[in-house]
Each structure stands twice: as C-alpha cells, then as structure tokens.
Design a protein around this ligand. Structure first.
Ligand SMILES: [Zn+2]
Length: 326
C-alpha cells in the first residue's frame, strides 16, 4: 500500500506505512527530534516514546483513538533519552528493551538537557550553544524516568494476533543495546538510531559493528519500509547508503591514520560528496574524533566544546571543497 498520512499536528505526523502499522514522525529540526511508531494489532505495540511529553501525549492520544485501550507493549529501541522520555505516559504497558540497556542507561540524563535548555544559549560556550539550538522547540519539563521492566537477549518474538513482531539486537552499532523492531511478513523495519541521516559513532567497535549490522539488514532482511530513529521514512537503498558511509570512514581512517595526524586533518580526507544532502554532514568529525581518541587512549570523547568548533571547521572545508550548501 501507499504510505498514508493519517494525522498531522504541529509536532508529529502519523503515517500508515502498512495495514495497521504507523510511523509517528517528527520534523527533523535537530538531534533530539526523534521518531516513534505504533502497531494497532492484538494488544498493540508502541515503538519509542519521543523526547518530550507533548510529543508523547500526541502519540498516546493517537493510540487511544485507534486502539481504544492501553497498548500491551512499548519497545525502547535504545537508552537515549530522546526515544524514551515519554515512557511515563505508558506506565501500564510492559516496556521492553535489550538486556544491555541498563549498562548504558542514565535515568537522570533529562536533567542535563533541562540545564542545556535553560542556560545553553547564553553560556557563550560553542558546545552548549550547539546543543541548545538542536533541542529548540522541545520541552523537558515534568519528566519522570520510567525504565523497561522486561529485557531480552538476542531476539524476542511478540505475537499481535496473527502478526509476528521480531525484536532483534544486531549491534554493537549506535549503542550496545540497539533493538530493531522487525515485521518480517510486512517487511517494515523500525530501526531506532541504527538508521538515520546524521549518525555519529561513539566507538570504533560500534562503527565496525554498524557496517555488519547494516549489511545484514540490507542483504538478509531486505525491508520495504524503514522508519528511522530520526528523519523521513526511507527504504533499503538508504540502508546501503549508510553502510557505505561507515565503510568509507573505516577505509579512509585506516589508510591515513598515524600518530601525528589530527582528527580534523583525517576527517578532511574522507570524501563525503555523496552525503552532503544529509543533516549536518560535518557530524562526521564526531565519528573520526572518537576513533582517533580511542586509538590514542584519550578521554573526553563526548566533549562538545571540542567537537563543535571542529565540526564548524569541517563545514567550512566542505563549503570550499564541494561548494556552499547554504
Ligand atoms: Zn536518537
């Protein structure tokens, strides 16, 4: 069937991507504008619960209207707060995640984002200002952390009447606990942050695992419809595009890395002409910097005050090398 837009609101679009399978999409303004989903079969299953309570409430209202009862299940695809801050609105559902979830979950993380929202713009610090810009329009007030009550190991199958839903962990990729929500008959994949434009890798092991995971999705699962963790609905072609993006990073880093090269010099050597349409392609610096710091045993991988100025330098390089994008 053609994707059918069911409901459009200020912050969330609900699109029926296959019979009774809905993507809940936010416009991709910045790094915490995440997607979610809902499957209206059997007991009903929600995929992720957004970054803020107003988006989560829209999801809940949509579920209540279409399903007419509390959904049986919520899946948290990974422990990042932009995908689970709305869990408290689904407190009566079973909330499921991969078993490594708790290795990486920080229940108080939303407090950091409240601080960024309150003080980031006036801080004069490029990293904090960047983060504040990227969460503009979201509201982290009123969040009470609610975490999963069920975890699974490699795979888990949930039956929603006659519909088979598979939860799969094929990481490490974006995190160690990425859970794909896969509908093998309908060939619809809710990918969480295993797939989205503007991805960044937070470990070399993760980047390498990611290539394998994307190759598996592309060659074995062959999805017709992919709902990414952020951004618009896509398909298998984008899976291959992202796999090639990471492979290109790995190959170029392996070719040019030595003890003296800076992360910025190394990042500039990576040809990104096929990825300039992605959201903030200069985010590539984050992945390269992560690999360089890991190889040198350095700490501070998530130091945004280091990352953001270098991303800006990489963006100017792209503007010169490939032509301005703005
Ligand atoms: Zn995300």
């Amino acid at each position: 069937m053609e994707n059918r837009c069911i409901k459009r609101s200020g912050k969330v679009d609900f699109v029926e991507v296959a019979d009774n399978i809905f993507a809940a999409l936010t416009t991709y303004y910045g790094l915490s504008w995440a997607n979610a989903g809902f499957i209206n079969k059997g007991k009903g299953l929600v995929v992720d619960t957004f970054a803020d309570l107003s988006q989560a409430q829209e999801l809940k209202d949509f579920v209540t209207k279409t399903h007419r009862k509390t959904p049986g299940y919520v899946v948290n695809t990974h422990p990042d707060m932009d995908h689970l801050n709305g869990n408290q609105l689904f407190i009566d559902s079973d909330i499921i995640a991969h078993q490594n979830f708790y290795d990486e979950y920080d229940a108080g993380r939303f407090k950091y984002w409240q601080m960024v929202q309150k003080t980031g713009k006036q801080s004069g610090k490029p990293g904090l200002m960047f983060l504040a810009e990227n969460i503009e329009g979201l509201d982290f007030a009123g969040i009470i952390p609610v975490s999963p009550n069920i975890t699974f190991d490699k795979n888990m199958v949930i039956r929603l009447d006659d519909m088979r839903v598979e939860l799969k962990n094929i990481g490490p990729a974006h995190t160690k606990s990425d859970a794909l929500v896969w509908l093998p008959v309908e060939k619809v994949l809710f990918a969480g942050d295993v797939l989205f434009e503007g991805v960044v890798g937070w470990s070399e092991e993760g980047v390498k695992g990611w290539v394998g995971a994307l190759d598996y999705i592309y060659k074995e699962m062959k999805p017709n419809v992919v709902v990414p963790g952020h951004g618009r609905i896509c398909d298998a072609k984008f899976v291959a595009e992202m796999r090639d993006y990471f492979q290109n990073i790995i190959d170029t880093v392996d070719k040019y890395y030595d003890e003296d090269i800076t992360a910025l010099e190394l990042a500039k050597k990576i040809d990104v002409r096929d990825y300039l349409h992605w959201f903030q392609p200069e985010r590539l610096f984050v992945t390269v910097s992560t690999i360089v710091k890991e190889r040198r045993g350095q700490t501070g991988i998530k130091d945004w005050e280091y990352l953001v100025p270098n991303m800006a330098k990489l963006k100017s390089h792209y503007d010169k090398a490939y032509g301005s994008r703005s």
